[in-house]
Design a protein around this ligand. Structure first.
Ligand code: UT7
Length: 394
């Protein structure tokens, strides 16, 4: 039977302990704290420890969300993990997370829509629950982006960080609340604005791809910025209109945490003050698919959201994708305290016959240990991003 509504009943987040500050990055690329804070708003980001992976981060955030919802792990019917940094290409990170949660019965899978992943996964979970197929869905955005960054490319390595955010969506017999409006876009014109060239079927990993640094994230920053400022406001507005609301009725926006200037421009575009925009990128940087989930959990737990509030989640990312959800908040924010019962540890199944692998890239480890020579300004990786772009398009 279809529920009368689909509501957020649980939320949770996890950020690894280790902090990588702008000052740490000043030591390895030609940048400055002043440049990074004034151009992006980012002051520091988190780095997953060697024993952590996207799945372990996801499992901690997921366990917290399940605890906040007052559920047992086995009450969850479906698990969706949004990520662009999975533990492996297969199995899905969702499959590993399911076991780590202690769930024995859910369907589990990954959703790949880059930084819009949390919003996309939320929409899929909402549809399952709304249709009556499942009662409780766990949506997690989780990333270990610091393992996919070229720490000699100052235009990308300063932006991204690691973390996970989660919500539980549950069917309710009470009408009202939850998602009221949804808008999602995908614009393949911008397919190569943010991309990771090698490792897929178009360019399997080889000595050549490694030498050219094609296993790292690449980005056309200015183009992406332009897309983001245009799309975030229109996507949010479409979702708001579909809910039958107006922008000035929204109590709080939870935007993707990419750059504070992008968030400021969304506020300006919607003619709203910045205090309607939740911002925590100063502490986490851009955590891609995790960012909206982390921001939502922090917003509720810090008292910024109360029952009856109209909230907008809005994100953009590689694809190019965008997604916006206008929702009404229904759950007592004090339930967030239940997350404290969950220790920040998760045990994820190890592969069989797997030797010791150090997942921290060498250059990142040097940075974390305070070593590493400064690199020349323009080295990026041998083979400019523009080259790779043309090769793949050809
Ligand atoms: O989840 C989606 C992920 N992507 C994004 O959100 C990215 C969106 N784009 C941005 O946030 C911004 O475009 C950036 C933060 C990436 C760059 O800021 P910008 O104000 O657009 O700078 P720019 O790319 O126009 O570069 C201006 C200058 C350039 O030098 P020249 O050519 O003017 O001499 C860059 O080489 O700043 C230089 N630059 C840096 N300088 C110091 C680029 N990165 C850095 C750096 N430190 N880290």
């Amino acid at each position: 039977m279809n529920p009368a509504s689909v509501r957020i009943t649980g939320w949770g987040m996890y950020a690894p302990e280790r902090i990588l500050s702008n000052a740490d990055l000043e030591r390895v690329v030609d940048t400055s704290d002043e440049w990074i804070t004034s151009r992006t708003g980012i002051r520091e980001r988190r780095v997953a420890a060697a024993h952590e992976t996207t799945a372990t981060l996801a499992a901690i955030a997921g366990k917290r969300a399940v605890a906040v919802a007052g559920l047992e792990p086995d009450d969850i019917d479906v698990i969706l993990v949004a990520t662009l940094t999975p533990d492996y290409w297969m199995p899905s990170t969702g499959a590993l997370v399911k076991e780590a949660l202690g769930n024995t019965r859910a369907a589990a899978m990954d959703v790949m829509a880059a930084c819009s992943g949390f919003v996309y996964a939320y929409s899929v979970a909402d549809a399952y629950v709304r249709s009556g197929l499942y009662k409780n869905a766990l949506v997690i955005g989780s990333e270990t982006l610091t393992r996919f960054l070229d720490f000699s490319d100052r235009s990308t390595c300063i932006l991204f960080g690691d973390g996970a955010g989660a919500v539980v969506l549950s069917g309710s017999d009470e009408a009202g609340g939850g998602m009221q409006g949804l808008e999602m876009t995908t614009d393949p014109d911008g397919a190569y604005m943010i991309w990771l060239p090698s490792g897929g079927s178009r360019s399997p990993v080889s000595g050549g791809t490694l030498a050219r640094g094609e296993h790292y994230v690449r980005m056309e920053g200015r183009e992406t910025y332009r897309f983001a400022t245009k799309t975030m406001a229109t996507t949010a507005l479409k979702a708001i209109e579909r809910a039958g609301w107006t922008a000035d009725e929204i109590d709080l926006f939870i935007p993707h945490q990419a750059n504070v200037r992008i968030i400021e421009s969304v506020a300006k575009g919607l003619n709203l003050p910045m205090d309607k925009m939740f911002v925590n990128l100063d502490r986490y940087g851009n955590t891609s698919a995790a960012s909206v989930g982390i921001a939502l959990a922090e917003a509720v737990d810090s008292g910024r959201i109360k029952i009856g509030d109209k909230i907008v989640l809005v994100a953009f990312g590689a694809g190019l994708t965008s997604g916006g959800i206008a929702l009404e908040w229904t759950t007592d924010p004090t339930c967030g305290a239940r997350a404290a019962s969950v220790e920040p540890v998760a045990s994820v199944r190890e592969p069989v016959e797997w030797g010791q692998v150090d997942p921290i890239p060498e250059r990142l480890r040097q940075i974390l240990e305070g070593e590493g020579p400064p690199v020349p300004l323009d080295d990026v990786a041998p083979g400019e991003p523009e080259h790779a772009h043309r090769e793949v398009l050809a």
